[in-house]
Design a protein around this ligand. Structure first.
Ligand code: ATP
Length: 303
């Protein structure tokens, strides 16, 4: 399958009084169309920074990020983002929170149709009966369902998930993982998820990208997850390779901080990555895909 996202020697530095701090460096990664990739690594290594750069919410310092054959120059409705905290407007209902994005991206669609779209996505995440409840009255899990509905309602080709279930209890987390898998099976959206949870990464992903620890964090190792889809939790847990993969990830994370900077550049230099050819003209949309103008989104993040 064709690559949907390409990161070529991406770096992020932040200026400090003592000089630039290199957070991420020489970060190379391709994500195929429809693929689910998880990003895992120690706290503070730069996972959210990578996700935020692909979302276009954080500028890159060096390198190139290409999405759907076009170099990105900011956020857009083609990339939906779900943060750990959904940041809903508490005084609005669930449906009005979902409508906020829909109204902005599809202003030409009749109001009744926009409402029907919002309701449809709330139904998909299991909140049809709570559509008219105020966001502040919803549980944390329900709020996150609204956040997921809000992201999918814009029909993005890519979903970026930044620890989407990090604030939830295990049962709600399992439920929402299933909801997400179902939505992705329907929409075929390409997905990048930042997580700290090894089991979540193995259950949901096609590949797991393990990052080295910072500063100058990069891709350390990539694990291919061989389980068939649709996946069932019990079958995945019973798979003969499950514990081997889990052990491999634990082993990597245990030693991630030991990867010295000199070795990191060796990892990055070992396989030279060819520069990404970017489409010179506008990309022709895939069959049936509607093209909408990119709305302006402020450079901010929450969660
Ligand atoms: N605006 C900023 N200015 C300076 N440093 C920043 C800024 N944003 C993030 N950082 C630093 O970049 C590093 C990586 O942060 P990031 O949030 O990407 O890590 P992470 O791996 O997602 O962490 P966690 O797993 O704890 O969420 C951290 O050391 C953080 O302090």
């Amino acid at each position: 399958m064709a690559d949907y996202v390409e990161l070529y020697r991406v770096a992020k530095t932040y200026p400090q009084t003592s000089g630039d701090v290199v957070i991420v460096d020489n970060f190379n990664l391709d994500i195929a169309e429809g693929e689910f990739v998880s990003l895992i690594g120690h706290s503070g290594c730069g996972k959210s920074t990578v996700l935020s750069m692909i979302a276009g919410l954080t500028t890159i310092s060096r390198g190139q990020i290409v999405v759907a054959r076009r170099e990105i120059d900011g956020p857009g409705p083609d990339r939906g983002v779900v943060f750990q905290s959904p940041c809903l407007l508490p005084w609005l209902t669930a449906i009005d929170n979902v409508l906020l994005g829909i109204d902005r991206v599809f202003p030409h669609v009749p109001r009744a149709e926009r409402r029907a779209m919002a309701h449809y996505y709330l139904e998909l995440v299991g909140l049809a009966d709570s559509a008219k409840q105020l966001a502040k009255e919803l549980s944390q899990g329900m709020q996150q369902r609204v956040g997921i509905a809000r992201a999918f309602a814009l029909a993005p080709k890519m979903i970026l998930l930044d620890e989407p279930f990090g604030m939830l209890d295990s049962l709600t987390r399992f439920e929402l993982q299933e909801v997400l898998i179902e939505l992705l099976a329907q929409t075929k959206a390409t997905t990048l998820m930042v997580t700290h949870d090894i089991d979540e990464a193995l259950f949901m992903s096609d590949r797991v990208v393990m990052m080295t620890s910072g500063p100058a964090a990069t891709v350390g190792e990539i694990l291919h997850v061989p389980f068939d889809r649709p996946r069932h939790r019990t079958a995945v847990l019973a798979h003969p390779e499950y514990h081997l993969l889990r052990h491999r990830m634990l082993d990597f994370l245990e030693h991630a901080h030991l990867v010295p900077t000199a070795l990191k550049s060796t990892i990055a230099e070992a396989e030279p990555v060819p520069a990404i050819p970017v489409a010179a003209t506008a990309v022709v949309p895939r069959d049936g895909m509607r093209v909408f103008p990119t709305p302006e989104v402020p450079e901010t993040r929450c969660g």
